[in-house]
Design a binder for this molecule. Structure first.
Ligand code: KIV
Length: 279
């Protein structure tokens, strides 16, 4: 299998096929996603909560993100990997954003995701693309702006708000973004935005009308249980499976049932005799 390129996204949209993306933060998960031939892997800053136990995404740094990107890149050899630019790693200046985006590419990502839309972000998107760094835009609910938004509020709830998101998406499309994540908005709003853009939209809590979908892998596997948004469908309950397996292991250790002969190495008869140990 060849390594996927940025072309996958526009090709799928143009062929009327949906784009299926997931997050990964570690080597083993990345390997599974790669084997499943997923269309794109996001090393999302959601790892701040899911993998590191923070309350939100504010505390994750670029240096920490790079560790996870490297792990994912080692596991997902054929996938298109996108590194999520964390809070304040691109807001200070275009130079800061470019430098940190280039670190993500050097760590093994093929593109970066940047939240929001203002003159600075449009300019940064342009400069990244000119420098050979593809950009996935992110509109609707942008978790790095949670404090200014005032919580996990559904976006694009009016026609005016939907038009405003579309205008921003068009600006980012013009700046060179190859796709745009639309987070937490009514399905009709996301579908309207999708219909009026050339680049694909990747929805999360934005209905079936987007060009593709992304969700946090730990959410659909039922591994992350701190909060489960309404838009998450659990395909398995890994938390319960892990918990039961750990309890079974503990009980077997206490009952001397583990390790059994099957998991044990033997010492030869000759060596045993030297130690004077009788079977
Ligand atoms: O950080 C993240 O995982 C995201 C989502 C779009 C899934 O930004």
């Amino acid at each position: 299998m060849n390594k996927k390129s940025i072309c996958v996204f526009q090709n799928l949209k143009d062929n009327g096929e949906k784009i299926a993306m997931l997050t990964a933060y570690d080597y083993s998960t990345a390997k599974a996603l790669d084997e499943a031939d997923i269309d794109g892997i996001l090393v999302g800053d959601s790892l701040a909560m899911v993998a590191l136990g923070y309350e939100n995404t504010y505390n994750i740094t670029i240096d920490e993100m790079l560790i996870f990107i490297k792990a994912v890149a080692r596991g997902a050899k054929n996938s298109f990997i996108i590194g999520d630019m964390p809070f304040m790693s691109y807001n200070l200046s275009v130079e800061q954003g470019l430098k940190n985006a280039s670190e993500m590419i050097k760590a093994g990502a093929s593109a970066v995701k940047i939240e929001g839309c203002n003159d600075h972000i449009i300019n940064l998107t342009k400069r990244c693309v000119e420098s050979g760094i593809p950009v996935l835009a992110h509109l609707g609910l942008t978790p790095q702006l949670l404090n200014t938004i005032g919580g996990h509020k559904i976006q694009g709830k009016t026609a005016d708000a939907t038009e405003e998101i579309l205008e921003n998406a068009k600006k980012l499309e013009k700046a060179g973004a190859f796709a745009v994540v639309l987070e937490l908005m009514p399905a009709v709003s996301a579908e309207y935005i999708t219909r009026n853009l050339t680049i694909p939209t990747i929805g999360i809590g934005a209905g079936v009308g987007c060009s593709g979908q992304i969700v946090v892998t730990d959410d659909i596997l039922g591994k992350f249980t701190d909060f489960v948004p309404k838009f998450v469908k659990k395909y398995v309950n890994l938390h319960d499976i892990v918990l039961q397996s750990v309890v079974d292991y503990k009980n077997e250790v206490k009952a001397k049932l583990f390790p059994s002969e099957k998991e044990t190495f033997e010492l030869s008869e000759t060596e045993r005799e030297k130690l004077n140990v009788i079977k």
